[in-house]
Design a protein around this ligand. Sequence first.
Ligand code: ADP
Ligand code: ASP
Ligand code: MG
Length: 411
Amino acid sequence: MATTDFERVPAVGSDADARDAGTIVLKFGGTSVGDPEKLKSVARRLVARREAGHRVVAVLSAMGKTTDDLLDLAAEVSPRPHPRELDMLVSVGERISCALAAMAIHDLGHEAISLTGSQAGIVTDTVHGKAKIVEVRARRIHEALDEGKIVLVAGFQGVSTSHEVTTLGRGGSDATAVALAAALGADHCEIYTDVRGVFTADPRVVPAARQLTRLSFDEMLEMASSGAGVMMARSVEVARSHNVKLHVRSTFEDAEGTWIQEEDQEMLEKALISGVVHQREETVYRVSGASRAQLFGALAEASVNVDTIVQTGEEIVFSAPVEDRDDAARTLDGLGLAWSSRDDLGKVSLVGAGMKSHPGVAAKTFATLEGAGIDAAVVSTSPIKIACHVPSTQVDRAVQALHEAFDLGSR
Ligand code: ADP
Ligand code: ASP
Ligand code: MG
């Protein structure tokens, strides 16, 4: 059995000693700024908040599928694009959204300024493609806010300690927004997206999934790192470390969304299971004869995000995202190890803080999967999660079966 250890989050340099109730940080995802009309409607929303007296900072994602299109473009030009140049390319998407939103705000008679991640003072480490924020130097944002401007920050990007443009990994605008909320002392961070909040399962897979009212940071972190794409996992880590509450809500309606905050007694007594999350693909490696410290040290060095680790006897089994496959393979070959991998597996995970004090969840999970004729190749747990690697082709069916068995849609 393995537990998931989350990385320590480096301190986000905070310019605000006290929480500044007047500053709000809002983040809009790709669908929310998907076309010019949607951008204009985001601009109207921001102006309304400014007129209500807030100091408004908005973090925008690239419009619609822009990031995917830019990545495809790079792949057409080069089979293995240079990481520095790839970051120069894909960071452009977010700049487009911010510049256009600033124009739309000007037309509404308000002052606005768009900033790149670098201009906004988002300082990262030097790992291209999945850089981590190490510091926020928010001086320029404060100056613009003091001048009454609405500040638009390009999400997903920063400037490295060696002065290069970096990007933060897929979904990285969430991390930008949460880090800014922490640095600016905002009470909470509003995440506007294309669903009404966090659901008991991906509503695209389980149409009957139920919207959750509240979740603890730990639950959301487990859900996000197990595949619930609605929030980037690392952004939840930053929120937890700096105690920034998150409000995940819809861009297209005004309804209350899902609050993610510190766990309280009420949450613990509440649900046994908060959700069933999935990942359609995750590579599972088998390595024998390796020194654990050397193996995981080398993988960390290569920035491979190892998830599950299981060891029985000589053999070590671990999983990592498909995107990290090349780096993992190079590392394992470099260590001269005998290894194999499976690329036909995905993962389904049950997450819930109530699990801590309720026996029998694992038994029911296995019985449900068995009943559905689904074989779990690897099983791992944490105090609030049970994760099963199952064939990718059976992931959706596994999610639906577990959602139904634990009666998650009907409470
Ligand atoms: P954005 O571009 O706004 O960041 P994302 O596509 O990154 O939006 O995240 C929103 C999507 O996350 C939803 O459309 C939904 O399909 C997916 N999703 C996956 N799991 C969940 C879940 N448990 N609850 C809500 N949405 C989920
Ligand atoms: N545009 C980036 C992506 O598609 C970052 C984000 O949307 O958060 O991953
Ligand atoms: Mg996202």
